[in-house]
Design a binder for this molecule. Structure first.
Ligand code: ATP
Ligand code: MG
Length: 266
């Protein structure tokens, strides 16, 4: 155990929007735990970087927050939702309130940028709102969001014609279209060059602050986490080995996350 782990992770007095306690996840009975006793708080307005080598459980932790991973024990409280014991019908609502951003953007390449953003409104609307029948108020809002992420001029272009950084901004606008309570970004810059990585991470951080929502962003690159987050949580073999305010951490203190003497297999 490092000193860092023993320190209280937060001194905030407000309630976290997401509270994870002693979470364990296992994909099958004959496999080891993938998450082992994870505690995590996500507060409003805060960007939390989730660091960990390949296989450490970053994506699984994000999945556990949206009911995509089977929770073996522990709790995940996300506002109204007790994610470990979701009632029928709640899963859809939970996911509609959670904005997700992925490494590969997950846009529909042949559809316009605007339509891709509009699909974010489908989460809350139900099946009645089919593609092509978006309300004009949604169109206005989608354009506003594209403007916010700096690519309104691309609204009519097919998504596949955009650069990676531009596509990721479309994906962020799509997530914002859901009016998310929280944004989960799973390695959102792993496919981007360094300059674009910084731009996208700053955009996410700005959204966290301006919309007063938590953003959880998994990253592989320590300097990016140090430069673009308020707090860092480091996972190793499914356990949190470092947790602290970014301003109080440096690369040496994050070394336990990537213990080179005990590399994960890829
Ligand atoms: N659907 C699944 N079924 C079985 N095992 C899985 C499944 N998804 C992930 N795992 C295992 O769980 C562990 C954690 O995987 P996870 O994808 O959460 O890691 P990660 O930190 O996101 O890695 P990466 O940096 O490569 O994305 C790995 O050992 C992986 O093989
Ligand atoms: Mg992953």
């Amino acid at each position: 155990m490092t000193d860092l782990l023993m320190r209280p992770p937060e001194t905030r007095t407000d309630e976290p929007l997401v509270r994870v306690r002693n979470l364990t996840v296992r994909y099958s009975d004959d496999q080891p735990l993938v998450l082992d006793g994870v505690d995590l708080d996500l507060f409003r307005g805060e960007t939390v970087a989730l660091l960990g080598s390949s296989g450490s459980g970053k994506s699984t932790l994000m999945k556990a927050l949206t009911g995509f991973a089977a929770i073996e024990s522990g709790s995940v409280d996300a506002g109204d939702f007790d994610v470990a014991n979701l009632q029928r019908g709640q899963l859809r609502r939970l996911r509609s309130q959670t904005g997700q951003v992925f490494q590969q953007f997950n846009l529909v390449g042949r559809l316009s940028v605007l339509t891709n953003v509009l699909t974010g409104s489908l989460y809350g609307a139900g099946a009645a709102n089919l593609l092509g029948t978006f309300r004009s108020s949604d169109r206005v809002r989608a354009l506003e969001l594209l403007d916010r992420v700096g690519i309104a001029h691309k609204a009519g272009e097919p998504a596949r014609s955009l650069s990676g950084g531009q596509q990721q901004r479309v994906a962020i606008a799509r997530a914002l279209m859901q009016n998310p309570r929280v944004i989960l970004a799973d390695e959102p810059v792993a496919s981007l060059d360094p300059r674009m990585s910084r731009t996208v991470l700053e955009l996410l951080r700005q959204i966290a602050r301006e919309d007063n929502i938590p953003v959880l962003v998994s990253l592989h690159v320590v300097p990016l986490a140090l430069a673009h987050s308020d707090r860092i949580v480091g996972l190793r073999h499914g356990e949190i080995v470092v947790s602290g305010r970014t301003s109080e951490l440096d690369a040496d203190q994050l070394a336990p996350v990537y213990d080179l003497g005990d590399e994960e297999e890829d």
